[in-house]
Design a protein. Structure first.
Length: 726
C-alpha cells in the first residue's frame, strides 16, 4: 500500500488511536512505505517507533487505509456534486469535515442519480413550486392547488395534485442528512432486534438449532455478536424473520416539530403526513438495513478476532521435542492407520491394524500384537490419537495395549481438525506421493504434537476449527486476519533454516512462495546453510528480502553462534562489542557466565557507549543469554495419558484436568479425554461476572474442571471451573 506521508494523515490517525503519538505514527507509516513488514518493524525498528508492538502497527496500517478510503470517497462525491453545479461552500465544508463514510453518503444522497420515482414524475408535472409553497405554509396553497388541476398532466383533481406534493416532500425528507442522523441515533439507542419463526419453517429446523429465536427480542445495543451471526444464519436458511423495531412516536414528534412546528391547516396536514411517510418508506427501511449491516460487520470483526486469538494460541502450543511419535488415525471399516516419525518429524514407518468391528474376529485379535510389535520395532515413545471417528474405541484399545509394554509409553488425544484437508492437499501429495489419504493424516497427527506450528501452517486456517461462525463472516477479511496471525506466530518463534518447509518459510517476513521454494531448492542442492549470509546466494532473494527475513531464520551449529539467535546481522557488531566489553565471546552464548557478567548492566549507558538504541541492546542481551530460545517452551505442555475415560465414567462433581480446544463468546470447550468436548459456560468460569472468556483461558491451556452435568443422549457435557461447595 502506498502511504501519504503528510503530517495531517498521522494526525488523523492519532485521533482514532489517541494512545499512540503522532511521531510514532509518522515513523511507522514511513517504514511501511519503505516496504518493511510489520514483524520486522516490531522486532528490529523499536527505536524508530518507540517500541510499538505488532498490534499497534497493524492498527496504524488499518487506520491509514480507512482514512485514505474516506478521503478518496470525499473527492469523488465533491466532483460529482460539482458536475451538477450544486456544490455550495456550506455543503463542501460539511463533506470535507465528515469523519465517517456514512456522513459523506448521507450528504451525497440528494444528489445521487436515482431511478425515476413518483417524486420525479410529480416534478415533471410542475408540482415542485407547490411543494415548496406547502413547506413554507403558503396561505394561498389551496387556491394554487385548484389552479394546478390539469387532466392533460394526469392531475385530474385536487387529490392528484396533493398526492404529487406529498411525494416530493416525502422524498426530500427521506434525503435529509440531518433527519437520517437523528433517526439513526434514536434507532441505535432504542431499537430492538426481533426474530420470529417463519410459518411452516419449524419442520426445516429438525435439530431445533434456532428454537430460542422462534420468538425473541433484545435491545440493539445489548445483542451479542454471536447472536447476530446466529440469527443471520437462521434468516439465510429460511427459518427466521428478522427485523429492527422501534417506537415511532418520538420519530413522529421529531419530524413534526421540525417540519411543521405550530402551523395548522392544509399545508401542515400535507407536510406532516408526507414527513412521516418519508420516514416509513425511505428512512426507516434504510436505517434498518444500515443497522443490521453495522451489527453484522461488528459481529464479523469480533468473530474474526476470536478466531485469530484461538488460532494464535493453537499455533503457539508447546512442542513435544525429542520424542519418536506414532500418529494413530482411527477408523472402523478401513482400519486404523499408524505412522511413526522420528524426533525431527521425519517419516520412519507405517502400517494398518483392524482393532474394531466390522473387521473379522481374527483381525481384531491380531491387532494388539501387531500394534505392540510396531511400537517396539520403531522405539515409539509417544502415541498421538486423532479425535475423529472411532477415537474413543481406539483410545480404549491403546490404553489396554500399552500396559503390556516393558517401557512406559504415553498417549495424547490430538485435535485432528483439518488433517483430512491437509491429507488431500497438493502439499501432502508432493510430500508423500505413494501414501493413501489416511496414511498422510496419521503422519500429520504425529507431527502435530511434535511441532504444532510447523504442521498446522500446511493447513488452511479456516479448516482448523477454533472459531465461531467462521463460515458466516466475510471470507476475504477472515483470510487476511488469519494470514496475519500465522505471520505473527511464525516470526515470533523463528524457524530453523535447515529444516523448515516451504509452507513454513513462506510466512517469514519478506519471503514469498517463490523465495521460500528457492531456499529449499538451494538447500537441497548446495547442502545445509552454515552462515546466514549464504541466504544472499539464493536466487531472487534480494537485499530487501534478506534484510526483512534473516533475523527470523536460525542456523543451529553453524559457523557463527549468533546465527542461532534472533539478533539481526546488522547488530552483530554491537553484539560483538558487548561481549568483548565484558570479556566474553560468541562461544559463551547461552552459558551461565554470560548472565552472570551482564546482570545489573545499565542498558541505557551501555547502549550509548556501544552506539545502538537501548531497546536494541536489551534484545541483544536476551539473544546472547538464551540462543535458540523457543517462546513456546513457556506454554502448557500437552496432557499425557495412560488410562482411558468414557462418558459413562463421568459423574457430577468429578474433578478432572482438560485442554482448552476452543474459546467462544459464551464460554470454552474443553477436552477432558472423552470423545465429546465439554462446555464451560461463561457463567461457570468464575464466581464473578465474566464478560470475555478469552481473558481467562486460551486454546491449549490446561485447566481444572468439575463435571456439572452429562446428557448422554445429546452427547453434551456441561463443565464448571468453579469448585463445588464441600
Amino acid at each position: 500500500m502506498d502511504y501519504f506521508m503528510e503530517t495531517t494523515l498521522a494526525e488523523k490517525i492519532q485521533h482514532d488511536l489517541p494512545k499512540i503519538r503522532v511521531k510514532q505514527i509518522a515513523e511507522t507509516l514511513k517504514l511501511l512505505d519503505e516496504g518493511d513488514t510489520v514483524p520486522f518493524i516490531a522486532r528490529y525498528r523499536k527505536e524508530r517507533t518507540s517500541n510499538l508492538d505488532e498490534v499497534e502497527i497493524r492498527d496504524i496500517q488499518a487506520a491509514a487505509h480507512r482514512i485514505q478510503t474516506l478521503e478518496k470517497r470525499k473527492d469523488e462525491v465533491l466532483k460529482m456534486i460539482a458536475e451538477q453545479h450544486a456544490l455550495t461552500p456550506k455543503l463542501k465544508g460539511q463533506i470535507e469535515a465528515a469523519n465517517v463514510l456514512q456522513q459523506v453518503e448521507d450528504l451525497y444522497l440528494p444528489y445521487k442519480q436515482k431511478r425515476r420515482t413518483k417524486a420525479t414524475i410529480a416534478k415533471e408535472k410542475g408540482l415542485l413550486p407547490l411543494a415548496k409553497a406547502a413547506i413554507k405554509f403558503d396561505p394561498q396553497l389551496e387556491e394554487k392547488i385548484q389552479q394546478s388541476v390539469d387532466p392533460q398532466k394526469e392531475l385530474t383533481d385536487r387529490q392528484a395534485v396533493i398526492d404529487g406534493i406529498h411525494e416530493i416532500i416525502a422524498e426530500e425528507v427521506g434525503d435529509s442528512a440531518d433527519f437520517r442522523k437523528w433517526i439513526r441515533q434514536h434507532t441505535n439507542r432504542y431499537g430492538v432486534l426481533t426474530t420470529k419463526v417463519k410459518r411452516g419453517a419449524k419442520q426445516k429446523d429438525e435439530a431445533a438449532t434456532y428454537q430460542q429465536y422462534y420468538d425473541f427480542s433484545q435491545s440493539v445495543r445489548e445483542v451479542p455478536s454471536y447472536r447476530i451471526l446466529a440469527v443471520n444464519r437462521g434468516e439465510k436458511e429460511g427459518i427466521l424473520n428478522v427485523k429492527i423495531t422501534v417506537n415511532e412516536a418520538p420519530i413522529d414528534w421529531y419530524l413534526t416539530s421540525n417540519m411543521v412546528g405550530k402551523h395548522t391547516g392544509l399545508a401542515a396536514d400535507i407536510v406532516r403526513t408526507a414527513a412521516l411517510d418519508g420516514y416509513q418508506r425511505f428512512i426507516g427501511p434504510a436505517i434498518e438495513r444500515e443497522i443490521r449491516k453495522t451489527l453484522s460487520e461488528k459481529a464479523a470483526v469480533h468473530a474474526i478476532d476470536v478466531f485469530g486469538k484461538n488460532l494464535y494460541n493453537l499455533l503457539m502450543q508447546a512442542p513435544l521435542k525429542g520424542r519418536i511419535v506414532m500418529g494413530f488415525d482411527p477408523a472402523y471399516r478401513t482400519g486404523c492407520k499408524l505412522a511413526v516419525v522420528d524426533a525431527n518429524g521425519k517419516y520412519l514407518d507405517k502400517t494398518v491394524i483392524y482393532p474394531h468391528k466390522p473387521a473379522s474376529e481374527a483381525k481384531r485379535k491380531a491387532a494388539e500384537g501387531l500394534f505392540i510389535d510396531f511400537i517396539n520395532k520403531n522405539h515409539v515413545e509417544m502415541i498421538a490419537i486423532g479425535n475423529g471417528t472411532a477415537s474413543r474405541e481406539s483410545e480404549q484399545f491403546v490404553a489396554k495395549a500399552i500396559k503390556k509394554l516393558q517401557s512406559p509409553v504415553y498417549y495424547v488425544i490430538v485435535n485432528e481438525a483439518g488433517a483430512s484437508v491437509y491429507s488431500a492437499s497438493k502439499v501432502a501429495r508432493e510430500e508423500f506421493p505413494d501414501f493413501s489419504v489416511e496414511q498422510r493424516s496419521a503422519v500429520s497427527i504425529a507431527r502435530r504434537i511434535q511441532d504444532p506450528l510447523a504442521e498446522l501452517v500446511k493447513i488452511d486456517p479456516q479448516s482448523i476449527g477454533v472459531g465461531q461462525y467462521q463460515h458466516d463472516v466475510p471470507q476475504k477479511q477472515l483470510a487476511e486476519k488469519l494470514d496475519q496471525v500465522v505471520e505473527t506466530a511464525v516470526n515470533r518463534v523463528g524457524v530453523n533454516l535447515n529444516t523448515a518447509s516451504p509452507e513454513l518459510l513462506v510466512h517469514i517476513s519478506g519471503l514469498t512462495k517463490s523465495t521460500a521454494d528457492n531456499i529449499v531448492k538451494f538447500r537441497n542442492e548446495a547442502g545445509q546453510f552454515i552462515d546466514r549470509n549464504e541466504l544472499k546466494k539464493v536466487p531472487r532473494l534480494g537485499p530487501k528480502a534478506f534484510e526483512q527475513a534473516v533475523g527470523f531464520l536460525r542456523i543451529i551449529n553453524g559457523d557463527n553462534p549468533l546465527d542461532n539467535t534472533d539478533i539481526h546481522p546488522e547488530s552483530y557488531p554491537a553484539a560483538t562489542a558487548l561481549l568483548t566489553r565484558y570479556q566474553l565471546s560468541t562461544a559463551d552464548l547461552g552459558k551461565p557466565v554470560v548472565t552472570k557478567k551482564l546482570v545489573g548492566l545499565d542498558v541505557s549507558a551501555a547502549a550509548k557507549t556501544i552506539g545502538v538504541g537501548a531497546a536494541t541492546l536489551a534484545d541483544i542481551i536476551k539473544g546472547v543469554e538464551t540462543p535458540g530460545r523457543d517462546l513456546r517452551d513457556d506454554m502448557p505442555a500437552p496432557l499425557l495419558k495412560k488410562e482411558v475415560l468414557t462418558m459413562a465414567d463421568l459423574k457430577p462433581g468429578m474433578q478432572l484436568q482438560g485442554t482448552v480446544r476452543n474459546v467462544v463468546d459464551f464460554g470454552a470447550f474443553v477436552d477432558i479425554g472423552v470423545k465429546q468436548d465439554g462446555l464451560v459456560h461463561i457463567s461457570k468460569m468464575r464466581k464473578k461476572f465474566v464478560r470475555d472468556p478469552g481473558k481467562l483461558v486460551s486454546v491449549g491451556d490446561i485447566v481444572t474442571v468439575w463435571i456439572d452435568s452429562v446428557d448422554a443422549d445429546r452427547h453434551r457435557i456441561q463443565l464448571s471451573m468453579i469448585a463445588p461447595k464441600d
